[in-house]
Design a protein around this ligand. Structure first.
Ligand SMILES: [Zn+2]
Length: 223
């Protein structure tokens, strides 16, 4: 059987109409479903996640790299590289956000704490290099890695204020030997980890939190 162009066209239009009707029916269905959801009916687990994320927002105060009042060229940029492939010491996903400097000089950019909190971990890590981990008031762990040096001789338990100088952006890490540098470009790796009774450690994507914090950059004099 041969179809004329006109009847073929009609067939196509008919098929499109059917698909459109089907789609609108599906979306109406899902709209009805959304209306049925309210916060009280959230499962215990979902509420747990909601609260974990809420804790992060509660504690954030400053972007971790201040703006230079002296050097207009000194900026940092970052992209959403959540779970991008990394290969040092085996294949894994990137659990953090990398702040990349426009001035690629180790020890140039100050790194400040995004939150109030307490020093939980400090010192050398094979992947993270010179790193410092701050536990914030609402129990969130903020991890700053690859520092060139520390601002002071921090110890576990030291009380930290939001905006306090932790150290300087560098390229330490990717080496068993303490002080290894030069394995990657200078940058600040930021990690955020939450926990509760059921979940001992959950890495969350820092990108959106850093995007939010861009409006809270400290202005410091460095060049
Ligand atoms: Zn990183």
């Amino acid at each position: 059987m041969r179809l004329s162009t006109a009847s073929l066209g009609l067939l196509v239009i008919g098929a499109c109409l059917l698909i459109c009707l089907e789609l609108s029916w599906i979306s109406e269905g899902s709209i009805r479903k959304t209306e049925e959801i309210n916060k009280d009916s959230l499962s215990e687990q979902a509420r747990g996640y909601y609260e974990l994320y809420e804790n992060i927002w509660k504690d954030l105060k400053y972007f971790p790299v201040p703006e230079s009042t002296e050097d207009e060229e000194a900026e940092v940029s970052f992209e959403n590289s959540w779970l991008f492939e990394r290969t040092y010491g085996g294949l894994y996903g990137h659990e953090g956000t990398d702040l990349m400097p426009s001035v690629e000089k180790s020890g140039y950019y100050p790194v400040v704490s995004m939150t109030d909190g307490v020093v939980e971990k400090v010192g050398w890590l094979e992947k993270g290099g010179w790193r410092i981990g701050i536990r914030s008031i609402h129990d969130v762990y903020f991890y700053y890695a690859h520092l060139s040096s520390y601002a002071e001789d921090f110890r576990e338990g030291d009380v930290i204020e939001a905006g306090q100088l932790l150290g300087y952006m560098g390229d330490t890490g990717y080496g068993k030997e303490e002080g290894t540098t030069g394995q990657f470009p200078v940058h600040l790796h930021v990690g955020i980890y939450v926990r509760n009774e059921e979940i001992p450690e959950l890495a969350v994507n820092p990108y959106w939190f850093l995007k939010y914090l861009e409006q809270y950059k400290l202005k410091w004099s460095f060049s």
